[in-house]
Design a protein around this ligand. Structure first.
Ligand SMILES: Cc1cc2nc3c(=O)[nH]c(=O)nc-3n(C[C@H](O)[C@H](O)[C@H](O)COP(=O)(O)OP(=O)(O)OC[C@H]3O[C@@H](n4cnc5c(N)ncnc54)[C@H](O)[C@@H]3O)c2cc1C
Length: 376
């Protein structure tokens, strides 16, 4: 652990907003990270950990507390209990895309569609990152984490992390507190040993321009994904201001079937898989040898926030007068900093979009990044 001169968060976050916090520490080893966290918690400071800063929207006023930069690195190969598979355990500060590149290079399949997502391994389970129909929850086995409430380190199976659509029990959603205040120290994924694979999933096949079941090399998938992401401003690039954001600023809205039916039929939508783990408990005293078929719950539907935004009259490249924040010129869901925009300017644009979509469709779009000292 090392206490350092606080750096402006605008320099450490991809949306490029935020003053220097009151205190900053950096940790290059797991022991250092644990020490920094225990030290911060013992002082009772407000705190958060910072990975790649690519999912954070930080306010203009200095954060009154400690920011801990997670800079731990390393990948270990471990045997998998399943034939034809391998496990990779990566330290929390390891670059996510570097882990994907490692897996592809070594012929381990399961992460390749998530090529090019910015940020660190430790932050990836926090919002169950995903792209083109692949999510980390499909391969994540467990994480090693440290809980604030006990200061203890434990290994937690992925099934206990509450992983869902861009969420987990660790995520700090806008307007609520995380269910579990903990920091991931390392994450372990279980991958298939195969240098090529049949691409399943409509979304991914469409992104790759594939029409049939021919197996394709992982490296080919990775290259195509990186090129597609670059064309949409979804690959970090110092010289492309369309990438100076947090990726998708708003989440696709998840609404009940009835609400989705009221939207125009052209609005893109996807069914949300029902909870297959739902358990029916029948008290023994009332059990008569019959188990009723489970009642069908009306399915939720995910609707495209980008479509709602564009239909509410907000075009790509839109900006408010005098503002240095704008909608990406390539993607209606991405809000970007065109150079020197304050958090207040980005928030003003976000609120304007929310109010337009609400006026048009009656839905309130929820922000996807973690907001620190910013109100929407
Ligand atoms: C251009 C661009 C494209 C993007 N595309 C995608 C995409 O396709 N899919 C997708 O899912 N996301 C996408 N994102 C969002 C972002 O890349 C991911 O959410 C990423 O996982 C954030 O990682 P980070 O290290 O930058 O996290 P940070 O922004 O540093 O932190 C995010 C949150 O996680 C917490 N956190 C960080 N590290 C840890 C840890 N070790 N333990 C516990 N909590 C931690 C932080 O305190 C904070 O609350 C994109 C972002 C950008 C800028």
């Amino acid at each position: 652990m090392r206490e350092i001169e606080p750096i402006r968060l605008a320099e450490l976050t991809t949306l490029r907003t935020g003053a220097a916090p009151e205190r900053m520490q950096e940790a290059h080893t797991t022991e250092g990270l644990v020490e920094a966290l225990r030290d911060t918690w013992s002082r009772g400071d407000d705190w958060f950990v910072l990975g790649g800063g690519s999912n954070l929207f930080v306010g203009d006023e200095p954060f009154e507390g400690t920011v801990i930069r997670v800079l731990t690195e390393g990948i270990e190969e471990l045997p998998s209990p399943h034939a034809g598979r391998v496990r990779l355990r990566a330290q929390a500060g390891h670059g996510w895309d570097a882990l994907v590149a490692y897996a592809v290079e070594h012929g381990y399949a399961g992460l390749e569609a998530m090529s090019g997502i910015p940020g660190t391994v430790g932050a990836a389970p926090v919002q169950n990152i995903g792209a083109y129909g692949q999510e980390i929850q499909e391969t994540l086995v467990e994480v090693e984490l440290i809980d604030e409430s006990t200061g203890e380190i434990s290994t937690v199976p992925a099934s206990e992390l509450g992983l869902g659509f861009r969420t987990s029990v660790l995520k700090h959603h806008y307007g609520s507190v995380p269910e579990r205040r903990a920091v991931i120290l390392s994450a372990t994924v279980d991958l298939v040993v195969a240098s090529e694979r049949i691409v399943r999933g409509e979304q991914l096949r469409r992104a790759l321009g594939l029409s049939d079941d021919t197996p394709v090399p992982l490296a080919w998938v990775r290259d195509r994904i990186l090129a597609t992401r670059a064309s949409k401003g979804m690959l970090l690039d110092e010289n492309d201001p369309d990438t100076h954001g947090v990726g998708s600023f708003f989440q696709n809205a998840i609404v009940p079937e009835g609400v989705a039916r009221a939207l125009p039929p052209e609005c893109p939508r996807w069914p949300v898989a029902p909870d297959l783990d739902a358990v029916t408990v029948i008290p023994l005293a009332t059990y008569e040898g019959l188990v009723e078929a489970p009642r069908r719950q009306p399915a939720d539907v995910k609707v495209s926030a980008a479509w709602l935004i564009e239909q509410a009259g907000i075009r790509k490249g839109f900006k408010l007068p005098q503002s240095r924040a704008s909608v990406s010129t390539k993607h209606a869901l991405a809000l970007t900093n065109r150079g020197g925009a304050s958090a207040a300017e980005v928030a003003q644009l976000a609120r304007f979009i929310q109010s337009r979509v609400h006026a048009e469709f009656g839905l309130v779009l929820q922000p996807e990044p973690v907001l620190v000292d910013v109100e929407l």
